[in-house]
Design a protein around this ligand. Structure first.
Ligand code: GCV
Length: 689
């Protein structure tokens, strides 16, 4: 990467001389099996990485060298005798697709490293893993690494509108995909594929789930008329081929978001009724056409009956009818339909909707349908309890959808790590199979997995805020291994992205880890409240500024109290959890404070366990959130002169803006609480609105 930031693939010279000597001994010569597109990508990556890390040009051999003291070999045991001789075949044969081994071995008296796997995609991940170890300065003389991905599918959802080039909820500029010039490729696509593959992502949905109505005027008025569903038009599909072959080199399968009404919009049918034969036939022909062009196409993602998108309800059919009609078309090609559970319906409390709609349909979806569920029951709010659908559909393939982009957590301005939020959800014990069935233990089937809504755009640094690169990185790493600690993931990101210096690693890790709770405090007051944000017309204001008065139904503030009653006598949402979770959340006494007002509507002066009233805790949290951001800003400032000027300034300036914004949130929220409660802040800080 030259024109754009390298993110975590910087490959800088190894600082420690002894380490460098050992790396050079085993890696200055390398041999990569010569066969597949993936192996070509590996060779290219070694050519990029090793000169930087080793500060000398490596020698890439056409065959395993026999005359050198040490070398790196990448391939499957079938590819080369050296690997077959140094690694027992069974160790490799056992590996899941994507899994790999990285081992230090001695072969013909030479000190070697072997990266091996049962599939070429595994070789890609193994190589990136080795480069990560070298980048963070791990010893390699005694390596014995065996890794397999926890989930078979680790997908990215781009919310990009092709041609129009907007990115819904994107805060890093235009879409990187220049659809107008496809199938011509930009070097940026390859860099993106490298970033994704380096953290194990193996699928990408190229366009927004909203396939109608781009949200705002684009820079190029000619494309304002373009809508995402048009990608299924024959003349557009050919554009996919270049991207598909590029991503293939990195083991990444492309997918498309499709509009449920495509048979009418793209085709010339007068219905999209999923039970009509000609509708199903239309989908089959369309799928055949796509697979002719892109044989490893992953399948379709569908947002149906949600926020204005067409769906089976338009024909009095249900989600099973809808999903299965499209899924049957991709069965012959090994494709899959990812069907989102983010639907609206008759319930006043949106939290109830997804479980109410989908749980009764368990067991009816086709084998190649995955129901994709947002982490929480409402909509990516700063903090939500885990969705009740997790573990509730044992006979259906499920996917967990996380938001990498920071729609509700400060967008491109605030330093907010989402990793602690994801960990909280992954660790939630659903009790689906008795005690000890965390969310992370689900999604283990071949058709299941974890999905992240992407956060990159045209900005030089990819993600708008430099520190937001950590969210993309962390998503991939957590989707590969949900049991890896948040701290370990963040520390390795900082080491690769900034420096190995312990103080820098500690400081940036601390900033990221404390950032989420701080954001919850100033943006909601904590206690499980949500929807305190402005829903303005201006795109960049949307969901960025505070405006709690717009959403009384979502946070329940009134003169008598605050919070939403989701107990059995309220909306009933809590009863969708298994016991003992339902009972714990359902009782004011046992509900964790962080979710208290999500589940309960309580008087403003209700006393919490430590005797503080609800309203006072809300005031205190809002003020604490701002103080915390000020503290985190100071932590960042302590790095002045130790982090390169460009990134130092960028983050420092954003911190100034974040503090100002946090104060604004605090002031608007506390004034709102005061106005509705009529109770002043006992510490005299909260002002009138
Ligand atoms: C893609 C939220 C966002 C929408 C998004 C929607 C979804 O409502 O604000 O921009 O649309 O979620 O997940 O489909």
């Amino acid at each position: 990467m030259n024109q754009y930031d390298d993110c975590w693939l910087r490959y800088e010279r190894v600082a420690d001389d002894d380490r460098l000597a050992s790396y050079r001994r085993r890696c200055r010569h390398a041999y990569v099996a010569e066969k597949s597109p993936e192996c070509g990508a590996i060779r290219d990556e070694l050519r990029r990485a090793l000169p930087g890390l080793l500060a000398e040009k490596p020698h890439l051999w056409q065959h395993p060298p026999t005359t050198v003291d040490g070398f790196l070999a990448v391939g499957t045991p079938d590819d080369m005798a050296m690997i077959a001789e140094s690694v027992p075949g069974d160790d490799v044969a056992d590996l899941e697709d994507g899994g790999f081994l990285v081992r230090s071995v001695t072969w013909n008296g030479a000190d070697c490293l072997v990266v091996t796997a049962s599939t070429d995609r595994g070789l890609v991940y193994g190589t990136f893993h080795l480069l990560r170890l070298l980048s963070v300065g791990e010893p390699i003389d005694d390596l014995d690494v065996r890794e397999e991905p926890a989930y078979a599918n680790r997908l990215l959802n781009q919310w990009d509108t092709p041609f129009h080039r907007s990115v819904e909820r994107g805060y890093a500029g235009e879409s990187i995909f220049d659809w107008e010039r496809l199938p011509d490729l930009r070097s940026r696509y390859e860099d993106y594929a490298r970033l994704l593959a380096s953290v194990g992502i193996n699928g990408i949905v190229l366009n927004n789930v909203n396939t109608t109505k781009p949200p705002r005027a684009s820079a190029n008025a000619a494309f304002d008329a373009f809508e995402g569903w048009q990608l299924l038009e024959s003349r557009r599909l050919e554009d996919l081929t270049g991207l598909a072959s590029l991503f293939r080199r990195y083991g990444i399968r492309p997918y498309l978001s499709v509009n449920f009404a495509s048979p009418m919009l793209v085709g010339d049918l007068d219905t999209a009724d999923p039970l009509e034969d000609d509708v199903q036939e239309w989908w089959r022909e369309k799928a055949d056409e796509i697979y002719d062009l892109v044989p490893d196409f992953g399948g379709f993602l569908v947002k149906a009956d949600s926020e204005g998108q067409a769906g089976p309800y338009d024909y009095d059919r249900d989600h099973v009818d809808g999903a299965n009609a499209i899924a049957q078309a991709v069965v012959p090609h090994g494709g899959r339909v990812w069907w989102r559970a983010f639907v609206y319906g008759s319930h006043e409390d949106r939290a109830v909707q997804a479980h109410d709609t989908f749980e009764p349909l368990d067991g009816e979806f086709a084998d190649n349908v995955t129901v994709q569920i947002k982490n929480g029951p409402v909509d990516f709010q700063p903090r939500e309890p885990a969705s009740t659908l997790f573990g509730a559909m044992p006979k259906t393939d499920l996917g967990l959808e996380l938001q990498i982009t920071q729609e509700y957590t400060g967008q491109g301005v605030h330093a907010t790590s989402h990793l602690p939020m994801w960990k909280e959800v992954l660790e939630f014990d659903t009790r689906a199979d008795g005690e000890g069935t965390p969310v992370s233990s689900l999604f283990r089937g071949d058709g299941e997995g974890v999905v992240g809504v992407g956060n990159v755009g045209e900005d030089y640094n990819w993600t708008g805020h430099y520190l937001s690169q950590s969210n993309l990185y962390a998503f991939g790493r957590a989707a590969w291994d949900p049991d890896r600690s948040a701290e370990a993931i963040t520390r390795e990101w900082v080491r690769q992205t900034f420096d190995d210096d312990e103080d820098i690693v500690d400081t940036v890790t601390e900033i990221l880890h404390d950032s989420w709770e701080a954001c919850i405090d100033y943006e909601t007051g904590g206690l499980g409240l949500m929807h305190m944000m402005h829903n303005g017309e201006e795109y960049l204001e949307n969901h960025y500024y505070p405006s709690p008065a717009e959403w009384p139904g979502y946070h329940g503030a009134s003169e008598d109290g605050i919070g939403v009653d989701r107990t059995e006598s309220g909306s009933g949402y809590v009863t969708q959890y298994r016991e003992p979770v339902a009972e714990r959340y359902g009782s004011v006494e046992t509900c964790p404070e962080k979710f208290l007002l999500f589940f309960h509507h309580l008087p403003w002066d209700h006393e919490l366990e430590d005797g503080t009233t609800v309203v006072q805790r809300l005031y205190d949290n809002c003020f604490a959130g701002v103080e915390e951001v000020e503290r985190l800003r100071e932590r960042w400032r302590s790095l002045e002169g130790r982090v390169d000027e460009r990134r130092y300034r960028h983050v420092a300036e954003r911190f100034d803006e974040q503090v100002a914004q946090a104060e604004r949130w605090r002031d608007v929220l506390t004034a709102y609480f005061r106005e509705h409660s009529g109770i002043p802040d006992e510490r005299g800080r909260a002002r009138d609105g």
